[in-house]
Design a protein around this ligand. Structure first.
Ligand code: ADP
Length: 152
């Protein structure tokens, strides 16, 4: 069974994440969406809310599981025996950032990072922009799935 871990903050889940997860579900048997817990980071949505958004969005997709984890992503992959990390690429900045992380991860463990290129329709969507729109009472509904819209 081919399993991939999709790590991130998901603060909140956006249509960009949904696109990557949905397309990865055609390539892997299981996608483990892993919410990284970083005690030093301030989040807009609580861990429970972020988890709920993902679970609600993929309630009819048995291939998608949601977990939370602390520490290094590769250590978590080793602990649950997952050989692939999934990441999305939007632009050259993502590429440079992801390249450094993927090379470092490969130094740390024999885990392969698989990249999916963003879809044209969602390439501009980022959680930090969604948070900004929410904070300033803008219409963020076109950027997120129903579960985030309805529970916020
Ligand atoms: P981080 O907190 O590490 O930035 P995010 O939770 O924002 O993580 O994103 C997790 C993953 O989703 C990353 O690989 C990121 O590149 C990807 N991603 C986010 N938005 C999009 C998008 N619009 N299209 C494709 N990939 C995306």
């Amino acid at each position: 069974m081919k399993r991939a871990l999709f790590p991130g903050s998901f603060d909140p889940l956006t249509l960009g994440h949904v696109d990557i997860i949905t397309r990865a579900a055609t390539l892997f048997d299981e996608i483990i969406v892993a919410i990284g817990v970083n005690a030093d980071k301030k989040y807009m949505f609580s861990l429970e809310q972020r988890k709920q958004f993902i679970e609600d969005t993929f309630k009819n997709e048995p291939k998608v599981k949601v977990v939370t984890y602390e520490g290094l992503t590769v250590d978590y992959c080793k602990a649950i025996d997952v050989p692939f990390i999934l990441r999305g690429l939007r632009n050259p900045a993502d590429f440079e950032f992801e390249k450094a992380i993927a090379h470092t991860n490969r130094d740390l463990a024999p885990i392969e990072t698989v990249f999916l290129l963003t879809s044209a329709q969602t390439s501009y969507i980022a959680s930090n922009i969604v948070r900004d729109v929410i904070r300033n009472n803008g219409d963020y509904t076109k950027l997120v799935p129903d579960a985030v819209r309805l529970n916020n």
